[in-house]
Structures are given as C-alpha cells and as structure tokens.
Design a binder for this molecule. Sequence first.
Ligand SMILES: [Zn+2]
Length: 378
Amino acid sequence: MDAEDNYVFPGFIDTHTHLELPKRLGFSKDTNDFETETMAALAGGTTTIFDFVLPEKNESLIDALNRKVKYYEGTANCKYQFHVVLTEVKDNLYEQLKQLKRKGIKGIKIYTTYDKRLTNEEIIKVMNYCSKLDLVVLVHCEDNAIIEYCKNKHNYNFKRPAKAEENAVYTIANYALITKCITYFCNISCSKSVEIIKRIKQKGGKVYLETCPHYLILNSSKYLKSSLKEGTKFLVSPPLREEKDNKALIEACLDGTVDLISTDHCAYLFEEHKKKYYYDISKAAEGIPGIQLRPSLIYTILVKERGFSVENFVKLLSYNPSRIFSVYDRGYIREGATADIVIWEDKKFKVNIEDLHEGTDYSPYEGMELVGKAKYVL
Ligand SMILES: [Zn+2]
C-alpha cells in the first residue's frame, strides 16, 4: 500500500453515538442499525465508537449492559464500547457503579431533561459516587423547567432556548467543582456554555467540553424556511444556534477549550420520520446523522479553513477521546498500540448521499464541498 502524499493518522474515535435509539423509541426498524452505522463510521475513518446502554425500567445497570453486549455480538464493523445511561438512582447505586467499573465501563451518562432526567439532588449524589470511583459523568445539559415553559413556542429554536443549556451547564459546572467529579459536557451548542466551562477549567475543575460538527457548521437559519419541511432535517437537541455560536465554538476548538468533537449520531429517515410532521414538529424525530462525515467536516472547517494543525485535529478526534475514556491502546501511532490506521487524502469532494453508508435517506451536509477523506482504513 502506498501512502505517499497522504497523511497517516491513528483511527478516529467517536465517543457519542445513538445507534439503537430510533428503534427503541418505536420510530424505525430499518435505519440506524449497528451493522450499517459502524460500516459508515469505518468508511469515514472512525475505527472506534462509543454507544449507550439505556436500561429498561427496573433493569439493573449490569443486566442492561449484558443485554446490550449480547444484542450486538458479531454485528459491528468497527470497534465499539459503551457508556451506561442512568435514569434512576437506587439504594444500591454505588455497588452497581463499582460492578460497571469492573466490567470496563468508564462513562456514566445522565440527563437534566426528558423523562429520563435525574433531579439535582440525584445528580450531585451520582457525581460524588463517580468521583470516588474515578468514573466520567457525561451530562446532557438543558434546564427542564425552561424547556417545559417554552414547549408551546412555535419556532424550534425557541422551544429549546440557549438559556436552557446555559442554566444547566452553570449548575453542573458548579457540581463538578464541589464533587471533583470528572465531568463531560455533551453536545455543547452555544457560546455562553463555552464561557462557563472555560472558567471552570481555569478554576481547576476536571471538566471536558464536547461539541458536534453540526454546532460548528450549521445554524438556526435552517429552521426559518417558509416551509419547515426541509428544516425538519436539522431537528436535533439541543437545536442549532446562531452564527455567533458557530464562531464561538470554532474559536474554542482553536484555543483548546473544546476537548473533543463527537457526532451524537442518530439517524432517522427524512421522508418517514421528519418531513411528514413538519406541521407539528413535536411529533418529528429529533436527531441527525454524521458518523461517516465527521472527520471530513472537521478537517475542512478547522484544518483547511482555519489553519488548525493536523496534530491538533488528531488530538480532537482520536487522542483526547482515548485519554478521557482510558482506551490506552488507541489514539496514537506507536509501537505496542492497536494498529487502527487511517490513510488520509487531502482531496476535495462533494457530499452525495449515494456515497454514504449511513442507513438514512438524507444528510444534513448534502451538496457541501469538503476536503479530506479516508482513502484506506486499516
Ligand atoms: Zn446524544
């Protein structure tokens, strides 16, 4: 194999994907399946993904993990690991977390909104336990009281306003300082959150900031079309924000405040799960795909357009994710490491849905001119 004139990168790691969720929510039988989406990941240069274990009501965390491991056995095209979602706090939680740790789990995910949200009292308890066990708590931050108050607003962006994220990030950031818990802010979408997290980092908080390609590249103008039919392609939580937020997040990548960029990949069918509910978007599926294009999107916007070094590109997409979740055999190229290698071509291409392996009928990036793609993945 000839890698001449191409970059050789360690395989990329996506720490935030929801490959089971559309089926679980009753939306879809045929999309977003583990086999197709891990193939799409690999085609784009991502060799490891982290998906989520979502326990059933009254199912123990260990049983949920075992169920998931069994369910996916033999179906993946790339390497995969799991984070476990915590939807309730039971008396034996500390013991359950210890068991998960023994099984190799490093990340515990919690929500401050949706039915699966925990109360603030429960959250601080979880963060205290995880701090003692050296586990990472991943938090989806949106203040549920604000979301509830705004739920009847017409525009999607007003239904889930930036203030909701800002409020929850502020609360969780202070909990992180108090409990000394390693805290991972998921899918950060707005400039105010960046400011808060930056301040907490300066105060010595063990916190990480994750954002996603769509928050760097797309904004809420997508929701303002006279017809929202097309706009439903871009429904995601938290929603796309303003251009100033795109800019603030890109700056935060350049100055090192952003630790990693994952996809929050959740692929629905545009025709079947989104477009037909445009008249009442509370029924439309929220979530967008990106598992294949993430490396190309980030390479284009940061390396080609903003002069970001390829070393820092690898840090955001591979090295930092491996460090945060203690995947010590990946994230770099060196003797003794797992040989997940991407031969990367600095080549222009136009996003065409036909070229994507993602199990859906659209891409939010369709028609975009990008630079950089995986030529070979080993
Ligand atoms: Zn997510």
